[in-house]
Write a protein that binds this ligand. Structure first.
Ligand code: MN
Length: 734
């Protein structure tokens, strides 16, 4: 057939069921598609336009669709594959036709990258949901059917991929829409490529036994026809073999060979009235022995997709079982063609298929309003207009969210960490507001940052999913917990300091279990959080830990005694020094245990410095650097000579010695910035910083810092010296 002949055939097919179709527009669509695809060839070498023509033919022949659907079918690849635009099609044909074509193109663009089983149902739902107009999915299914029919020209890899997709997505959709005939064909064609050997086996066996089977079927056919005549029932009998995929499934799931497959044969009796269905059932059961438990009344209880029929399985000659389906002509149309046939009857009862017929389907789908056909449409409606929206991750996974969902819902659906770190959201490559309502098929991308501030309280109002809302609430609770822990820890540490025991020591590996047991908290964070919440005071907790603190203090005394040098003056000759309950100052005072030690402000010594102690009146030992003017040798000789005492750094030192640095540098922009960069990069805590310019273009910067000891101090001073313009870095004393 030439392209023109094919088109003529299409027109004739349409005319047979819809003489009032808009043939002028249909022809225009054909001519437009022919031009638009001019030069493009299919894999088999035929002009591309034969494909849309074949799709239109399927829709006309199998589903008796309206003019707009036929036009859209003819144009279905123009927006995707040619220069044609939505506006072009809308202008030349109609906005509805353009929407249908656009809808089909959208479905074509959906990537089936994910093969996870749980994604399949989502994919099917999404395709349905994306096809706001049911005709979009009908055209898409016909498109796939024709592509499957001509799949032999594709590469083996593509054959397999498309076949799997068809089996998993399109055949179930056809089934759901009640299009049995198309479903069977899709399944058989898919099987041919998914399991070529299994498929061939079945076809070969069926061919081999064709004569035998034909004889059996003819006999049964005649018997039933004869008996109906005798009973005065008007009915037509059809016999058929089960389709290959259905046999295949039975053979494999029940592990049987072809001969053992229970119902290889199916007969169908089409009658005029529902009453006759039950009359025929009586006739069949009278003629053959029914198999128990195999009778099903889908007339009384239709299947969700609207299917109605009586099913029974009976035993024929030689014990060969076969199934008989009994239904009216109308039920049969619905069974074969699904939704397309259904409206035709419901609309006007005569199957004229006029142009307004689809309004019925559309209205029913759009409004949830009652109708006598509502039961039929129910499952479909649930699928298509449920409160769900289906969107893609950039990787092609489908995320199913409640209708009206926003990027916030999407982000928290991926992971709470993604939501908590979201700083922006993109939909189809563009930044959107957080309250953007996601649409079916949107590709959503969440931009995250480590430095994100976390969700804002507004997000709880914007999010549509309870999942996202609860995760955001959790974040606030936990975030507050962090705050509480921090505050609680500070308070506890300050309270503990009064006892002279460090937090570090109290909570070291050795002491922690006893401590936690005493305070009755599972871990320290819980304890700090409780203090932070105000659930318990740190005074109270420190009080509870009296014994543990006392034992640590005792240990300190034992340690210091062990390090006291053997030689030296006896303690008694020393001026009295107030005892202190702990000695963790990092300084060993010769001959004295646990005396109060303070580091003099004039020279602020740090570990590593050469130091000497001065026994003050009432304030313990004051530690000076030996190069401090206040500890100058001449001073040590005066009348207070016996107050000077040898001190040394202990092995175990604290980590927070304060000292002061003085930097003299050429004054310039960013000098302070550079200095603070050095301080922060050496992890030096700054207690105070004072800078002033001198009149001759220099700057004098005094920084009070906290360091762990001489080593860190050396590094800091070295790094400060390297700053451009630095003249000198010193530690002032005196
Ligand atoms: Mn196509």
């Amino acid at each position: 057939m030439t392209v023109q002949e094919k088109y003529q055939h299409l027109e004739e097919t349409i005319r047979a069921y819809n003489p009032n179709a808009n043939f002028e527009q249909i022809r225009a669509a054909f001519v437009y598609a022919d031009n638009a695809h001019n030069g493009q060839l299919r894999k088999d070498g035929s002009p591309f336009v034969t494909h849309p023509l074949a799709v239109a033919q399927i829709l006309a022949e199998e589903l008796h669709l309206d003019s707009e659907s036929i036009e859209a079918a003819l144009l279905h690849d123009t927006i995707e594959d040619t220069a044609a635009t939505h506006e072009d099609v809308a202008r030349l044909f109609s906005p509805t036709v353009a929407d249908l074509v656009e809808g089909v193109s959208k479905l074509t663009r959906v990537q089936f990258s994910s093969k996870a089983q749980e994604q399949m149902e989502n994919l099917r739902k999404m395709l349905m949901a994306m096809s706001k107009d049911i005709r979009v999915i009908l055209i898409k299914v016909a498109d796939r059917l024709h592509n499957m029919r001509t799949m032999e020209y594709q590469t083996p890899a593509k054959q397999k991929q498309k076949s799997l997709e068809t089996m998993e997505i399109y055949a179930p959709i056809a089934h759901r829409l009640g299009m049995q005939k198309i479903k069977w064909e899709l399944e058989d064609l898919s099987l041919k490529y998914i399991d070529p050997i299994g498929y061939r086996d079945i076809i070969d066996s069926l061919n081999e036994k064709a004569a035998e089977y034909d004889g059996f079927m003819a006999t049964i056919h005649n018997q039933i026809t004869q008996r109906l005549k005798e009973a005065g029932i008007h009915g037509v009998v059809y016999g058929r073999m089960k389709h290959p995929y259905s046999i295949y499934r039975k053979m494999y799931t029940q592990d049987k060979n072809l001969d053992d497959v229970f119902d290889l044969f199916a007969f169908r009796v089409i009658v005029d009235t529902m009453a006759d269905c039950y009359n025929v059932l009586g006739v069949i059961h009278d003629l053959y022995k029914p198999i128990l438990g195999r009778f099903k009344d889908y007339i009384g209880t239709p299947k969700p997709n609207g299917y109605q029929s009586l099913h029974t399985t009976v035993m024929g000659q030689n014990g060969i079982p076969f199934e008989v389906q009994i239904r009216t002509g109308e039920m049969h149309e619905v069974a074969e063609y699904g939704i397309a046939a259904h409206w035709k009857y419901k609309q006007n009862g005569q199957g004229s298929g006029d142009e307004s017929s689809y309004e019925w389907v559309r209205r029913l789908l759009e409004n949830q309003e009652g109708s006598d056909a509502e039961d039929f449409i129910h499952s479909l409606k649930v699928d298509m207009f449920a409160d769900e929206v289906f969107v893609f991750t950039p990787q092609g996974d489908i995320i199913n969210l409640p209708n009206g969902a926003t990027p916030i819902d999407f982000a928290y659906n991926i992971h709470s960490a993604v939501g908590n770190h979201m700083v922006a959201a993109k939909v189809n490559g563009r930044i959107v507001q957080y309250d953007y309502h996601l649409k079916n098929g949107d590709i959503v991308e969440v931009v995250t940052s480590k430095n994100a501030h976390g969700p804002s309280r507004d997000w709880i109002k914007i999010a549509r999913s309870s999942n996202a809302r609860s995760k955001i609430r959790q974040w606030f609770k936990r975030e507050k917990r962090d705050e509480n822990i921090a505050n609680g820890r500070l308070s506890f540490e300050a309270e503990l300091k009064r006892t002279g025991v460090s937090l570090k020591e109290l909570t070291n590996e050795e002491n922690l279990p006893a401590v936690l047991k005493r305070v009755a908290y599972g871990n320290l964070d819980d304890m700090y959080a409780a203090i932070g919440y105000g659930g318990v005071s740190s005074q109270k907790l420190v009080g509870r830990l009296r014994e543990e603190i006392a034992s640590i203090t005792q240990k300190h005394q034992a340690d210091s005694q062990a390090t006291v040098p053997v030689e030296g003056q006896p303690e008694v000759s020393r001026p009295a020094v107030p005892a202190r309950s702990h000695g963790e100052q990092g300084i060993i005072v010769e001959g004295l245990n646990n005396c109060l030690v303070k580091f003099s402000k004039c020279c602020s010594p740090v570990p590593g410095d050469e130091v000497i102690g001065f026994i003050t009146r009432g304030y313990g030992v004051s530690v000076h650097r030996t190069d401090c003017p206040n500890a100058a040798p001449e001073r040590r000789r005066g009348e207070e000579a016996d107050r000077w005492i040898k001190v040394s750094w202990a092995d175990k030192i604290r980590d927070d010695y304060r000292t002061t640095l003085e930097v003299v540098a050429k004054d310039r922009i960013n000098l302070i910035v550079d200095i603070s960069t050095v301080l922060s990069s050496t992890k030096t805590r700054v207690m105070s910083l004072n800078a002033r310019s001198t009149h001759d273009g220099f700057a004098l910067i005094t920084v009070e810092v906290e360091v762990s000891g001489g080593e860190q101090l050396q590094t800091v001073m070295q790094r400060l010296n390297q700053i451009s313009g630095t003249m000198r870095v010193t530690r002032p004393a005196g």
